[in-house]
Design a protein around this ligand. Sequence first.
Ligand code: DP6
Length: 327
Amino acid sequence: MRASATACSNIAFIKYWGKRDFDWNLPLNDSISMNLSAAVTTTTVEWDPALRQDEIYLEGERVLDDRGLRVSRYLDRIRADWYRMYARVASVNSFPAGTGIASSASGFAALASAALGAFGEDLPSEVEMTRWARRGSGSACRSIQGGFVEWTAGDDDESSFSQQFCPPDHWDLTDLVVLVSRSPKAISSSQGHRIASGHPFMAERQKLLPARILALKGALAQRDFQVFGEIVEHEAMEVQGIMLSGEPSALYLQPGTVSLLHAVRSWREEDGLPVYFTLDAGPNVHILCESKDAPELRRRIDKLAPRAEILENRAGPGARLHDDHLF
Ligand code: DP6
């Protein structure tokens, strides 16, 4: 009763920020993302009737802290629907730990796939799998399928799921993730969602989103990079505005973040390079371009921030089961 799965993280073009239900990770709004080919998690799960508790290993180390507890609580949900058995779980990331890349998206997409795959029966449908991933971490909902994905907020556990909007080869986009800082964030995503859900600007944001989502989907379908980039950058700044002006305020931007944002705008506005950025709940900058422009942008980023690590991503595949077990 063992299975392994690999899943990509994803970057949201329209963000999930604020929840209507914290137990089931039901979001306030629909969101749209692209899977990140270079940011993946591989997880092996073995259900073992001889175990008296779950054994969780992250990056080769047994974990007994909050991270292990979060995985065990998630396995409780699976046990409630399937078999009452404890599991051995090992998980590794392709990207360095503690860099602010959303490992919960790739992590819970891989965990859901491996944990259900290890029962040795056919996996539930893909859409059903997105609901299982969402119960672990909201953004993981968008990492089950490949390429460009839309998560429909819905209004209960049944109606909140993701669907692929375009496959990975639809558009050759690159996301250059510049790892600006490794210091842990002062306000976690979970806390951030709580603060955002009560924010006075949120009601206004919800009114603006349907038209923005429609326009973004149009730009993606037509591969219109300028319209796409304008919408994505504006969306990132609106969400940062809510983070900055929350109570308490979440200041995720570091000096290195801000200098990259200025640089991207000057490369675009002064040098005519088609490049835009987006941000998550952290200091890293996601620099978005068509892949033909990636080498030139890498040169410019290296010059501006010679010591910064860069993760170069294309639109990645969906979660998949395989036989390269971690134990
Ligand atoms: C800023 O999915 O990490 O990356 O559901 O509490 O696990 P939980 O939150 P999480 O939130 C991600 C927030 C974001 C935006 C996004 O990915 O849409």
